[in-house]
Design a protein around this ligand. Structure first.
Ligand code: ATP
Ligand code: MG
Length: 147
């Protein structure tokens, strides 16, 4: 269906703020509206997965930001957190089913390691993809969706 991606991000942000009050969240969007043909529930699920990761895999109080922008061919949603980062050796493997960077630490947080595998396959089902860049101080996941 035709969906305003900016509105979808704002809804995901509101839910995140209610569920994770310890993590300040900012949203910035270049376009005021960005209407795409997509499955809003599935894209919302992708956003929720990445936002939840930014909360549960970072220390309490860590800020999170979401930006919405466009390139000539795609809409880009970037979810950035302020660490602890994902080591370079793990940046492709985190998308594998059941893969967690630090198994002891992640087990404490109750994750199964499926979230990113599901998020990537849902995004690819829309003709897009998810990419990742990280340093020890910051992690950014970018959702690419074709226009
Ligand atoms: P779940 O299935 O509940 O989502 P999970 O969060 O452990 O469990 P994924 O979402 O697939 O699984 O993430 C895989 C691993 O990638 C995590 O266990 C964690 O080690 C790492 N990770 C994901 N997002 C971040 C992040 N923002 N910062 C640091 N590490 C992260
Ligand atoms: Mg997860």
């Amino acid at each position: 269906a035709d969906t305003d991606l900016v509105d979808l991000v704002q809804q995901a942000a509101d839910a995140f703020r209610a569920g994770h009050p310890g993590h300040p969240l900012t949203v910035a969007s270049d376009p005021g509206r960005l209407v795409l043909r997509l499955d809003p529930q599935r894209v919302r699920q992708v956003l929720d997965n990445l936002l939840t990761n930014a909360a549960v895999h970072t220390p309490a109080g860590t800020p999170v930001s979401v930006t919405v922008s466009t390139t000539p061919g795609a809409a880009l949603l970037r979810i950035t957190d302020a660490g602890p980062g994902i080591p370079p050796d793990d940046t492709e493997r985190v998308f594998d089913r059941f893969y967690r960077v630090d198994k002891a630490r992640s087990r404490d947080r109750g994750g199964t390691g499926l979230g990113l595998a599901v998020a990537r396959s849902l995004t690819r089902a829309h003709g897009g993809d998810i990419t990742l860049t990280s340093t020890p101080a910051t992690t950014t996941f970018t959702i690419h969706l074709p226009l």
